[in-house]
Design a binder for this molecule. Structure first.
Ligand code: 9MR
Length: 410
């Protein structure tokens, strides 16, 4: 078969696959970007020293020998979300140490993990504005980071989700009435003070960014200003200015070694609202950056979802980080892997180039999980590695490395 014909057939296969792709709804983080049928825009460059991958494709031995953190060392940190049990599994820690220089606790640093319910309830009323916390669940991860030179993203101090209902009631008992605005402001201050102080005193300089407030913008079902109301006990007790209080307390107790972030999903569709809602926080000097989560799908346009959004926030005077990257696909098999790799390549190309040009002020990119079967979206295989006898690189990893054998998508 002639080369031109081969390319045409490959192109048709990719296009037909993509048009067959459906998008699954995500529980808390829905991609809102426009879905389009992307077409390859680059020529495939054959490599002189190819090595086989699990998909039977070939990749450059030079790229195989590199790691993500080294590839991007002059541009941004490369992070990964990890459950704390990772630190007991050497197969996982080896890959983490090799490829990444930052991590985020997937769940263990959230209020429902750090709050000690029994001690807080037993201590009431003395604990009324001083809840008791337990840091046992984050110790091994913080030690791992310290020993191996990784930075940590602190996720997350104030969120409507994964914060127990009992924390908001008058006597810390589930089912009791909600406490007053004044008491809840005091509890928020105490919580933020305790978490930041523990980390700063025991692991100085280790945490380089805090997600102070997570997912507070809800266009559609939020209040008249677009602030999340539904199932949001922070809003129910304090009111919409809980966002301002959280950032003010974070600034107050910060030793200055970490940037303070607002973090959200679907940023492409609500970027103007986010900037509008954060304006008073910025005015007060209490925020440094905006985290663009990036729970995406192969049908999303990376230019819109990532580049334009990051540029918008940069232009509004914020630093940006990609905080929870994953790109799901509803398809399985080698072709699906390849298409996903192309999407990862587009995303990394856009942001590396925009960083180089000074268009976006980004210093960290975090993927939301190490390998597919332990992802929160495991049904959509959204990550860079898969478990296959060991932790194996996918086309997605080669795409993230901008392997010339993978074509970019937009
Ligand atoms: O990945 C996390 C998953 O293990 C939890 O069950 C889930 C519960 O809310 O939270 C996931 O992480 C979320 C993150 O903290 C904030 N943005 C959306 C993420 C995916 O839901």
């Amino acid at each position: 078969m002639k080369n031109g014909m081969k390319k045409l057939i490959a192109l048709l296969l990719v296009v037909s696959f993509l048009s067959a792709c459906g998008k699954k709804p995500e529980p808390t983080a829905k991609p809102t970007e426009v879905t389009e049928t992307p077409a390859p825009t680059e020529e495939t460059t054959p490599d002189a020293t190819p090595t086989p991958t699990t998909a039977g494709r070939t990749h450059s031995a030079e790229i195989d020998a590199m790691t993500l953190k080294d590839r991007y060392k002059d541009s941004f940190k490369i992070g990964v979300a990890l459950p704390a049990n990772t630190f007991r599994v050497s197969m996982r820690t080896e890959v983490v140490k090799e490829q990444f220089n930052s991590f985020t606790f997937e769940n263990e640093m959230k209020p429902d993990s750090l709050l000690n319910r029994d001690a807080t309830q037993k201590g009431y009323p003395e604990t009324n504005t001083e809840p008791v916390l337990n840091f046992g669940g984050i110790k091994s991860g913080l030690e791992f980071a310290k020993e191996n030179g990784l930075g940590v993203r602190g996720h997350t101090l104030c969120w409507y989700s994964q914060t127990p209902a009992w924390f908001f009631t008058v006597d810390y008992q589930a089912g009791s009435p909600l406490c007053s605005r004044e008491v809840m402001i005091a509890r928020l201050e105490s919580y933020i003070k305790q978490v930041m102080t523990y980390c700063q005193e025991n692991y100085p300089g280790l945490i380089y960014a805090w997600d102070v407030v997570n997912e507070a913008v809800d266009i559609g079902t939020g209040d008249e200003n677009g602030i999340r109301k539904s199932k949001n006990n922070w809003y129910a007790t304090i009111g919409p200015d809980y966002i301002e209080f959280a950032f003010a307390f974070a600034r107050k107790y910060s030793d200055g070694t970490a940037d303070l972030y607002y973090n959200d999903y679907g940023c492409a569709g609500k970027k103007a609202d986010i900037v509008r809602i954060l304006a008073p926080v910025k005015e007060a000097g209490n925020i440094d950056g905006i985290g663009i989560q990036c729970h995406l799908s192969v049908g999303d346009n990376m230019r819109n979802a990532v580049y334009r959004t990051a540029k918008y926030f940069t232009d509004a005077g914020y630093k940006v980080q990609i905080t929870e990257l994953d790109i799901g696909t509803s398809q399985k098999g080698d072709r699906a892997d390849l298409v996903q790799g192309m999407k990862y390549k587009s995303l990394f190309q856009f942001i590396e180039e925009a960083k180089r040009n000074g268009e976006i002020n980004i210093d960290s990119v975090t993927v939301w999980g190490l390998y597919d079967t332990i992802s929160w979206r495991s049904g959509e295989n959204p990550l860079l590695f898969r478990m296959d006898g060991g932790i194996v690189k996918k086309e997605a990893w080669y795409g993230a490395m901008q392997d010339p054998n993978i074509t970019s998508m937009e």
